[in-house]
Design a protein around this ligand. Sequence first.
Ligand code: FES
Length: 130
Amino acid sequence: MSSDEIDLERVLCRVAELEATGCREFRLGGGDWPLKGFIVRAGGEVRAYINRCPHQSLSLNLMPDRFLSADNSVIVCSMHGAIFEKATGLCVAGPCAGRALAIVSVVVVAGLVMLAEGVDAAALIRRFAG
Ligand code: FES
């Protein structure tokens, strides 16, 4: 895919925007209640998750773009401390251990993190917005 062919509506962020905190929030859809998600570096790859904790369906972060532990090794829910693997979204400790964040398939193209081909953005918004 060349940069001329990129559908900008499917771009979630630039890879470079992950440098500061290792993760980055994104929104899909408009209005007051868009879908809220976040992208995280996991080794040499990136993952995207819906920003909704499986414990009580709350947003995981209190501060913008802050989802990780102090050593950046895991995702931490700010509400009650659930800990999730960055690569899988699986909760490995806390009140929702064994459950997982909802993953959004993404690809990196020309330095951009984009919804993967076949991901129905409208369906995602219908399911997770709010
Ligand atoms: S809402 Fe995330 S641990 Fe309770």
